[in-house]
Design a protein around this ligand. Structure first.
Ligand SMILES: NC(=O)C1=CN([C@@H]2O[C@H](COP(=O)(O)OP(=O)(O)OC[C@H]3O[C@@H](n4cnc5c(N)ncnc54)[C@H](OP(=O)(O)O)[C@@H]3O)[C@@H](O)[C@H]2O)C=CC1
Ligand SMILES: Nc1nc2c(ncn2[C@@H]2O[C@H](COP(=O)(O)O)[C@@H](O)[C@H]2O)c(=O)[nH]1
Length: 327
């Protein structure tokens, strides 16, 4: 791979504005059979989403993916969402019991609209087997498979039947995969996204490493249909997890799904726990994200999200912050 770069190394180049107000710009995106308000989805992690947040997001027209760390609740969750006329979007792993779970859903005629296969190293026979199993038993369900970081992986998972692939091995804020194993897309996630997107024939979800709202637009430019974000959604009033006061300031926990804290044991740990500043309401962050993306669309010279996909860009190598803090 030549010329790798990451989010902070890139600036998109403005084109002539065609709207009179940013409010005219439409940030909606279609994934599978549904259209959502934003091309952004909170990470399927236990300190980022719970049933209450999932319900809020679904009711307001945002995409969501429920985590898989309380597997016994998934049946009731799907049923509850469907009773409310909302989409059900859940996560699964690849262990033996997950095969049985998919069969039970089919037997009970409980068909989630979206299933995300949530595995660290998604380019594997285990994930290919699970894609095929879901497609056999729940053929109408939209399957998102990941995580991967190469074009070969994208092609293989698409070929196995995945409807979308999730790209990002190790760029996450609470990830230590890159440090503990030496592998991943950490530090060049945006270039890896471009590399994978060139091979993809179906949507890609860019996962991890988003640190500013502008990074959402950059992900779209480099081939993402949707962006999964953990850290920017951590620490809200509504976020699950412990809140505490440190030096008179409120902070909230954010831990990795492969952290010792999540696993309850020190085995194959590839994640850590951090405390992030308390950020106020999730609703306000979503509104700000939408406004920032509307503004990005206007700078791209159009009124729809797709216009961002073709804007010019320059590589500015680590200089866009100019020594400033983000906020
Ligand atoms: N996006 C990312 O960069 C990363 C994300 N994560 C997150 O952490 C969580 C836990 O992930 P994961 O450990 O995959 O899930 P699980 O702990 O559920 O493991 C799933 C299965 O895959 C096997 N497995 C896991 N990693 C490997 C590997 N490198 N090689 C061969 N087999 C493997 C496990 O066996 P065994 O444990 O015996 O090896 C287990 O049977 C997920 O939510 C995932 O998204 C974790 C790391 C990186
Ligand atoms: N290597 C690890 N990656 C993890 C772990 N838990 C979650 N994740 C990934 O991070 C993103 C969120 O990244 P962020 O930069 O937006 O905070 C998430 O969607 C997972 O793909 C982990 O324990 N280890």
């Amino acid at each position: 791979m030549e010329n790798v770069f990451d989010y902070e190394d890139i600036q998109l180049i403005p084109a002539k504005c065609v709207v009179n107000s940013r409010s005219e710009c439409d940030t909606s995106v279609t994934l599978g059979a549904h259209t959502f308000k934003l091309p952004v989805v909170p990470a399927n992690m236990q300190t980022i989403i719970d049933e209450k947040i999932a319900l809020f997001l679904a009711e307001k027209g945002y995409f969501y993916v429920m985590h898989r760390f309380e597997p016994e609740k998934r049946h009731a969750f799907i049923r509850d969402m469907h009773e409310k006329g909302l989409i059900a979007s859940i996560s699964v792993g690849v262990k033996e019991e997950e095969y049985g779970f998919i069969e039970e859903l089919a037997a009970d005629n409980l068909k989630p609209e979206y299933i995300t296969i949530d595995i660290a190293h998604g380019h594997s026979n285990a994930v290919i087997g699970m894609i095929q199993h879901i497609k056999n038993h729940l053929p109408e369900t939209f399957v998102i498979a990941g995580n991967v970081g190469t074009p070969e992986a994208v092609r293989e998972l698409e070929h196995a039947g995945a409807d979308a692939t999730k790209v990002g091995i190790g760029p996450g804020k609470v990830c230590i995969t890159k440090i503990k194993t030496g592998f991943g897309t950490g530090g060049w996630q945006l270039a890896a996204l471009r590399w994978c997107a060139k091979a993809a024939t179906k949507p890609i979800i860019a996962d991890g490493g988003i640190r500013t709202h502008g990074d959402v637009a950059k992900s779209i430019r480099f081939g993402a249909t949707m962006v999964m974000i953990g850290s920017l959604f951590a620490g809200h009033e509504e976020s699950p997890g412990e809140t505490k006061e440190v030096d008179g300031k409120l902070v909230k926990e954010y831990f990795g799904s492969a952290s010792e804290f999540q696993k309850g044991e020190k085995k194959n740990v590839e994640g850590k726990k951090v405390y992030v500043d308390h950020k106020g309401s999730l609703k306000d962050t979503l509104v700000e994200m939408e406004q920032d993306l509307q503004s990005a669309i206007s700078y791209a010279g159009g009124s729809k999200l797709d216009v961002i996909r073709t804007v010019d860009y320059v590589v500015v190598k680590n200089s866009i912050f100019n020594g400033d803090r983000v906020y």
